[in-house]
Design a protein around this ligand. Structure first.
Ligand code: 5GP
Length: 182
């Protein structure tokens, strides 16, 4: 089997080059918007792992990185609607310019929980960047400041996103194939 292979029921949705180009654009936009300020990038693990690493390198500003982890999925491809902290930030965010880095916003439940919780810690500002936005499955409205790609309501893997823990290392994003019509 090839080194980077997705399961046969998946197909490439966004290739490596498209992702890298878009991440560089997002980095340039964020660099312009935050000029003169110091940024605190907060990655939502584990999915934001690859995106965070590439995005941080595309931002030409002084910045710090921190991580947190919440779970909303009990494995498989269905959301449970339950969000809880697995682990929290290592540093306070009071008076900092926080940019939350997500892999994908689907129902919006995770991000609205995070925004509500982190705002109580009085950051100077808090914004959201997500590589992927799946607005077709939204259950609650979430303000998103930067979106890499808006995608259809399909289950995706790769570039940090997993299927039962695997495939995070794919350098591209693959989507589950639509069932054949008829
Ligand atoms: P939300 O709370 O917005 O429904 O979901 C956010 C989290 O659900 C994401 O950070 C991600 O971990 C997971 N998720 C949502 N859609 C997908 C998907 O298509 N593929 C994978 N692998 N995870 C997803």
């Amino acid at each position: 089997m090839a080194e980077h292979a997705h399961p046969p029921e998946f197909e490439v949705l966004l290739d490596t080059e498209a992702i890298q180009r878009r991440v560089r654009e997002l980095g340039a936009e964020i660099t312009r918007d935050y000029a003169g300020r110091e940024l605190d990038l907060v990655g939502v693990l584990k999915g934001s792992l690859l995106f965070m690493a590439d995005l941080a390198r595309a931002i030409a500003l002084p910045l710090t990185c921190d991580f947190l982890r919440v779970s909303s999925y009990e494995g498989g491809t269905k959301t449970t609607g339950v969000v809880r902290f697995d682990f929290d930030l290592t540093q306070p965010i009071k008076d900092k310019h926080v940019l939350l880095v997500e892999d994908i916003i689907d129902t919006g439940l995770t991000m609205s929980f995070l925004l509500e919780t982190l705002r109580l810690r009085m950051p100077a500002s808090i914004k959201v960047v997500t590589l992927l936005d799946k607005p077709g499955n939204r259950r609650t409205e979430v303000p998103i400041d930067y979106v890499g790609f808006t995608i259809p309501n399909r289950f995706v893997i790769g570039y940090g996103l997993d299927l039962e823990g695997r495939y995070r290392n794919l350098p591209y994003i693959a989507a589950m194939k639509e069932p054949a019509a008829g």
